[in-house]
Ligand binder design. Structure first.
Ligand SMILES: [Fe+2]
Length: 255
């Protein structure tokens, strides 16, 4: 049995100035929330921590290469790296192996610099974790590009990857969700879901992006955790075993 503790969409701003546009996203509270989460992590004794994107709330203009104010872009990017390093150091201090992927509010280049050893696949506690660094299309729908599609294909059909897997990505495959005038699932979600189920290798697909969260239990667990930056500050704990259905618990910091 492998125990995973999963949380997502922290939208943190610590060194980065300001806060998320949406006032329900408590970007500036996240460092203090992480202190409280650490206590919970120790009480659950997970084997692995999973963070599925939007670690930070980087302004869209910075991600697109422009400063949103009079400060030079390089200052903004220094803040981004500082905040990512803060999270990485926090994770290292907690002392549990972790898996991270970027989301659409992270700056992928900075993310790749800070979390350079955490891409593609990692074997932890008897499971192979795949990290998909996917993106949004111009229409704001998640897409899986050639590099990530090749990684996916290798995972589900490569002979050397015939093992129990967990797929981690910011965006969701299932269930389909249409909200705020956009699709939250991949353009190819139906095919991805079918391939995953046919492979018989994937125990869980863990994601974020849709802040209210989703959960579909079955032979393959599809879990989009509710956003950690919003009250009541949720995270999920999964007990995964190849022979048993996944056990899922949604927990909150505010209780
Ligand atoms: Fe988000």
């Amino acid at each position: 049995m492998t125990r995973i503790l999963h949380w997502t969409d922290m939208h943190m701003r610590r060194q980065l100035p300001g806060t998320a546009k949406d006032p329900s996203r408590l970007s500036r509270n996240v460092p203090a929330l992480l202190e409280r989460l650490e206590v919970k992590i120790l009480s659950h004794s997970p084997d692995v921590l999973v963070l599925s994107g939007d670690l930070l709330d980087v302004p869209a203009s910075v991600i697109n290469g422009n400063s949103p104010d009079e400060r030079p872009l390089s200052d903004w990017l220094n803040d981004v790296r500082s905040d990512l390093n803060f999270i990485k150091e926090w994770l290292s201090a907690v002392g549990v192996p972790f898996v991270v992927v970027p989301g659409n509010n992270d700056d992928e280049k900075s993310f790749a610099e800070v979390f350079s050893g955490y891409r593609f696949s990692n074997d932890i506690a008897g499971l192979r974790f795949y990290c998909f660094w996917d993106r949004l299309s111009a229409e704001q729908q998640p897409i899986r590009d050639k590099v990530n599609a090749a990684l996916f294909q290798e995972a589900i059909s490569g002979e050397e990857h015939e093992c129990a897997q967990v797929h981690v990505q910011h965006y969701m495959i299932h269930p389909p969700v249409f909200a705020k005038n956009k699709h939250y699932q991949y353009t190819t979600a139906v095919d991805l879901k079918k391939s995953i189920h046919q492979s018989g290798r994937v125990l869980a697909v863990l994601s974020g992006h849709y802040h209210p969260g989703t959960l579909v239990e079955g032979r393959v667990l599809h879990s989009g955790a509710p956003a950690f930056c919003e009250k009541p500050f949720s995270y999920r704990v999964y007990d995964l075993d190849e022979q048993l259905p996944a056990r899922v618990k949604t927990c909150i910091l505010d209780n």
